[in-house]
Design a protein around this ligand. Structure first.
Ligand code: G4P
Ligand code: NA
Ligand code: NA
Length: 190
């Protein structure tokens, strides 16, 4: 997605060899028209797949997931990310590590929002090691729903997450792939 690549080149900042700050693009400010374009792209890629629900993780996944859900005309559900919670029989809970934040958190989705006949599109803003996504995949499996695919705004292709899921046969559609952040330069893949 060329528009998004240009925005990343203009507005992101390399924090280290593996972290790209994108506060003005996805993590704190969002450009609604760009987000709608992102949603359109995901909706186009998954329009033939009979998606019944879009799932994401709060907070930065929500705008893109909302746009995709709006255009696919299905509900959006977001997993809450909480400090470790006490087991709740009415919720699915998966504990996941966080690479950037250096801590664990619990992904929580109320059971009433995920049913076994559903066809799920998981959307997220960034995929790194895939720990967050792995937690959501486990919850989808536990619910007996079907994961149709993943839509990722920015794939950090030098980290293992996206390819881990592809190797499992999961369809992962990324709008922008970053091959490397080494030597202070953003190198896109393809
Ligand atoms: P993973 O799920 O793919 O393993 O990624 P990880 O645990 O490392 O991600 C933890 C958080 O850090 C996620 O946000 C993720 O989007 C974010 N993150 C990972 N790599 C980068 C990066 O290079 N740049 C930026 N800006 N963020 C990155 P989160 O904890 O879900 O928080 P939120 O932003 O959604 O509120
Ligand atoms: Na994030
Ligand atoms: Na996220």
């Amino acid at each position: 997605m060329e528009q998004l690549k240009q925005k990343i080149l203009q507005e992101s900042a390399i924090v280290s060899n593996d972290v790209l700050r994108m506060d003005s693009i996805i993590n704190q400010q969002v450009d609604p028209s760009l987000i709608m374009e992102i949603g359109k792209e995901f909706a186009a890629r998954f329009k033939a797949d009979n998606i019944t629900k879009v799932l994401t993780i709060e907070s930065s996944g929500i705008p893109a997931a909302f746009a995709a859900a709006y255009l696919l005309n299905v509900p959006l559900v977001f997993a809450r990310r909480k400090q470790t919670v006490i087991n709740d029989p009415d919720s699915y809970v998966e504990r996941v590590p966080s690479f950037t934040k250096g801590m664990v958190s619990d992904l929580v989705i109320s059971k009433q929002f995920l049913n076994r006949d559903e066809r799920i599109l998981f959307i997220d803003d960034i995929i790194a090691n895939g720990d967050g996504a792995r937690g959501v995949v486990k919850i989808i499996q536990e619910a007996g729903a079907e994961l149709v695919g993943m839509g990722i705004v920015v794939e950090k292709a030098f980290q293992a997450g996206a390819n881990y899921f592809r190797e499992q046969g999961i369809r992962v559609e990324s709008l922008v792939k970053i091959a490397s952040l080494d030597s202070g330069e953003i190198v896109f893949k393809d």
